[in-house]
Design a protein around this ligand. Structure first.
Ligand SMILES: Cc1cc2nc3c(=O)[nH]c(=O)nc-3n(C[C@H](O)[C@H](O)[C@H](O)COP(=O)(O)OP(=O)(O)OC[C@H]3O[C@@H](n4cnc5c(N)ncnc54)[C@H](O)[C@@H]3O)c2cc1C
Length: 457
């Protein structure tokens, strides 16, 4: 969600400038001893990374050499996580300059990319060559490696999260060896590695499934009564390729319903003026209706390529930083309505600290640490005002309400779910620990987040 904070925006520009300088360097070298006033922060600015030892690699060989020399490191993608999953107190490695498309294979319907590339860079390349990805997150500025490593998702009950498009990975292990894992050959090890939380090694290449390119239309409807959500949830979710419900939990309503449909589909969404009691908007809207929609993707049924409709925010718009916090919980689809109503009952506590909530549906998958592992899910997302003490107090309250539904938190957002609870709701954690130890026996890629949430028991 965009809410640009100028001071942090300046940090981002400095960051880009420094990375640009670094990319010009033929060898890996320490980037810059960050001045204390200019520490590297995540996108939201709520986390200052724990080291100023930043390195950029330009090639697989440089990654291997660097990994061999370090006893501890983390790879940093585009810094869009809200928690310390990407943090290190030792060394940070960036693959930002390794952002090329390696191969597009029209026969196999795959594209292989170097792991520093973002969706924003890849999507226009694919579209101009006649191809598309199955889905995108709310904004395209995130790295593919970072997004897949945390099971980032878009919406659409038939669409798996973004990691489900991964068909092969190239990983540099703690020993500096290059391992290739593919969906076709490596079965369970592959399914364990894709949503890898950065624990197995440095992903240097990713192969993704592609499909023929397609056009989409987007319509927004306003003020869907909560009673319609309760009684017609399945009909609402199945009405289009991608459906997002935005609510501030006030006035017993879903403020906005965003409907994204494929133009050439047999059953394209029919844009009636009413949708389950909601009224079709007569202008482009931001998810928070009071904010300007100029950074939002085109609505009002105007057809456009998939990558300019699936995200809510436009590719050309560069969100430097966001004065917000985010948390998100995945509940099994069968409990969706009950779970949404449970959060609604907390509206007096939630609304004062909230910018907006979004509810999305995601298909089941078979990736070990995916929150949608073997269950279709609905996600309840919270974009909070940047008031950490208030959010920290609220999260356990929400988690308690959602506990009966075995709600799984998003790996890249804020949560207070205990490691023991995580272990009980992410059944594959023990196998994941074993798999990680195979590629990283000494814990070179582990950090506080992983030690606490994954490796503590
Ligand atoms: C404004 C905003 C909107 C968002 N919208 C959505 C949304 O719609 N849906 C959703 O699900 N999430 C969303 N997110 C969350 C976010 O996209 C994810 O959490 C994602 O991980 C961000 O990718 P990144 O590269 O920025 O990750 P980073 O924070 O840089 O890294 C995340 C993890 O990936 C690892 N990693 C990164 N690159 C590599 C690599 N090459 N090899 C090994 N490990 C690697 C890191 O070590 C770390 O563990 C949003 C976040 C923001 C700020």
């Amino acid at each position: 969600m965009p809410n640009v904070d100028t001071a942090i925006a300046m940090n981002k520009r400095t960051f880009i400038k420094l990375f640009a300088a670094m990319i010009a360097s033929p060898v890996i070298s320490p980037l810059f001893a960050w001045a204390s006033s200019n520490k590297l922060k995540n996108w939201a600015g709520n986390l200052e990374y724990g080291t100023d030892r930043l390195y950029s690699a330009n090639s697989l060989e440089q990654v291997r050499d660097y990994v061999k020399k370090q006893s501890k490191l983390k790879v940093l993608g585009t810094r869009h996580c809200f928690n310390n999953i990407a943090d290190s107190t030792h060394n940070i490695l960036s693959l930002k300059s390794m952002d090329e498309v390696v191969a597009l294979d029209p026969e196999a319907h795959t594209v292989t990319v170097n792991a520093g590339i973002t969706y924003g860079q890849l999507c226009p390349y694919l579209h101009t060559r006649g191809f598309a990805l199955h889905n995108l997150a709310s904004l395209p500025h995130i790295s593919i490696a970072g997004a897949c490593s945390t099971a980032t998702h878009g919406s659409g009950e038939k669409n798996g999260n973004l990691a489900t498009a991964v068909s092969a990975l190239e990983i540099v292990t703690a020993a500096g060896e290059v391992v290739k894992l593919s969906r076709q050959i490596d079965g369970e090890a592959f399914r364990g590695a894709v949503v890898g939380l950065g624990a197995l090694g440095v992903i240097t290449k990713i192969t993704l499934d592609v499909q023929p390119t397609f056009m989409m239309r987007q319509y927004v409807y306003e003020n869907l009564p909560l009673s319609e959500m309760r009684d017609q949830f399945d009909a609402i979710e199945s009405s289009a390729y991608s459906v997002s419900l935005f609510t501030d939990w006030q006035k017993q309503r879903i403020n906005e319903v965003w409907i994204k449909s494929r133009v050439e589909e047999g059953q394209a969404f029919e844009a009636t003026s009413e949708f389950f009691g909601a009224k079709r908007a007569i202008r482009n809207l931001h998810p928070i209706a009071e904010l300007s929609a100029e950074n939002c993707t085109e609505q009002m049924g105007v057809p456009g390529p998939w990558y300019e409709r699936l995200p809510h925010f436009r590719m050309g718009f560069t969100p430097s930083a966001g004065k917000e916090l985010q948390s998100e919980y995945f509940v099994p689809r069968r409990h969706a309505v009950e779970a949404i109503l449970a959060v609604e009952r907390l509206h007096d506590q939630v609304s004062p600290h909230l910018m907006i909530s979004e509810i999305r549906a995601i298909a089941a998958d078979n990736l070990w640490l995916s929150p949608c592992y073997e269950q279709p899910c609905v996600t309840i997302h919270f974009t909070w005002k940047q008031d950490w003490p208030a959010v920290r107090k609220l999260m356990p309250v929400i988690e308690k309400e959602l506990a009966p539904f075995n709600a799984r938190p998003h790996w890249g957002k804020l949560f207070t779910t205990s490691p023991a609870e995580l272990k009980s709701i992410y059944k594959k954690i023990p196998e994941f620990v074993q798999l990680s130890k195979k590629y990283d026996p000494q814990g070179k890629f582990r950090n506080e987040f992983l030690n606490t949430n994954i490796f503590s028991s």
